[in-house]
Write a protein that binds this ligand. Structure first.
Ligand SMILES: NC(=O)c1ccc[n+]([C@@H]2O[C@H](COP(=O)([O-])OP(=O)(O)OC[C@H]3O[C@@H](n4cnc5c(N)ncnc54)[C@H](O)[C@@H]3O)[C@@H](O)[C@H]2O)c1
Ligand SMILES: [Zn+2]
Length: 367
């Protein structure tokens, strides 16, 4: 077993699994699958259309050459298609192909694909083993790790789902070659967020070396991604079902981020862009609560800007944001759980933020 590309081991009640991160590492997939006890099993590869035909074919051939009999299916995924209809199409394909419980499923795609295919895997034949191969930076740093799988209902996002852990998360940077620039930028928001809430050294690294890191085409950027991934893996291992305050810290920037996405109908801002602005609001709140100083707010703003992320908001009314924040599903007992910064690399949670501070902190990010 080669541990060179091992970013983290996730420990969960459903079993432990490895998260592998590297560049051009497809030839190590077979041994990772073997290690995950998937040897001699049939593979059902389900891929995002954006990965078709070239990357799907490449992965399919690589699997076959490493001894896995593979069937593949490519289908379109998007937030609008994150529905029961798409889930059903995949069920039907698996049924047509006579997939059995001892076989396994691979998801190749972004967070939408991973969430849906993971949900299918959690339910088809009462659960089939599955492997995440994320192809967006956002999914690599976040969605693919942690076992949250879901689809949307017309009334709300991710309302039907489960905690269903993968057997392996395999992240090859080569899959990012075709990712649109804006999606890549958006993905950096979550990776930087991990450093802000939990790892000061990683933040300094992001800060100093953004030119090299941003491109994601070298070994060094893979090493940095690995460290960010390890943070998510650690949090999941410590708080698998989001019952404590640990996993909620990952929500830094998300309270206002979600509000922005919702108000703009999930069309104007990509998730990471909205979270970037949300992190600025959260930092402003932290400042006004006397938790951090202005210098840290400025450094956060600087780093987000250097990764081309937005830090200002326009075209949305303050009242709409306040209203949407109150409706956030993560609220407990009607009170918002704000994730704030206590220092660089350390987050804290507060339900005691006054309306005035919230309003002032939002106004500060408005143009
Ligand atoms: N399960 C979790 O813990 C978790 C965490 C965060 C987000 N999510 C979910 O993840 C989803 C967002 O995921 P996302 O940001 O990866 O977006 P996405 O899956 O929608 O992908 C973005 C776009 O890029 C395309 N694409 C994917 N990989 C590509 C590639 N390599 N080259 C070219 N195009 C590519 C996709 O087809 C899509 O059009 C949301 O539905 C969200 O709810 C889940
Ligand atoms: Zn997020």
């Amino acid at each position: 077993m080669n541990d060179k590309f091992l970013a983290a081991k996730v420990n969960t009640s459903q079993g432990d699994y490895r998260v592998i991160v590297g560049k051009s590492i497809l030839d190590t997939l077979g041994s990772e699958l073997e290690n995950a006890n998937l040897k001699n099993k049939r593979c059902f590869l389900i891929s995002d259309k954006s990965m078709f035909p070239k990357k799907t074919k490449q992965l399919h051939e690589s699997l076959e050459s490493q001894g896995f009999i593979t069937n593949s299916f490519s289908i379109e995924f998007s937030e609008e298609l994150k529905s029961l209809e798409t889930v059903t199409k995949i069920y039907n394909w698996l049924a047509d192909m006579k997939a059995e419980r001892k076989d396994f499923i691979i998801s190749l795609g972004g967070g939408v694909a991973g969430d849906i295919i993971g949900f299918v895997a959690s339910t088809y034949l009462r659960g089939m083993p599955f492997v995440q191969i994320p192809t967006t930076l956002a999914a690599m740093t976040d969605a693919a790790i942690g076992g949250k799988v879901a689809y949307n209902l017309p009334v709300g996002k991710n309302l039907v789902g489960a905690f269903y852990q993968p057997k392996l998360v395999f992240e090859d940077l080569d899959f990012l070659d075709s990712l649109p620039e804006r999606e890549k930028t958006s993905g950096w928001a979550e990776a930087i967020k991990h450093s802000l809430i939990l790892d000061q050294d990683l933040f300094e690294e992001f800060y100093k070396n953004h030119d090299q890191i941003y491109k994601l085409d070298n070994e060094y950027s893979a090493e940095i991604l690995k460290r960010s991934v390890a943070i998510k893996a650690k949090i999941v291992s410590n708080d698998e079902f989001e019952t404590g305050d640990e996993r909620i810290k990952l929500n830094y920037g998300h309270t206002v981020g979600h509000a922005i996405e919702k108000i703009s109908n999930y069309s104007e801002y990509l998730h990471g862009e909205a979270v970037s602005i949300g992190m600025m609001v959260a930092a402003n709140i932290s400042l006004r609560m006397g938790l951090i100083n202005k210098d840290l707010v400025n450094r956060q703003e600087e780093i987000l800007k250097s990764y081309n992320l937005p830090v200002k908001l326009s075209g949305i009314a303050l009242e709409d944001i306040l209203e949407a924040v109150k409706m956030d599903k993560k609220n407990v007992g009607g009170r918002v759980k704000w994730v704030l910064l206590e220092s660089l690399g350390k987050a804290t949670i507060s339900q005691e933020v006054s309306e005035d501070i919230i309003s002032e902190s939002i106004l500060e990010v408005m143009n």
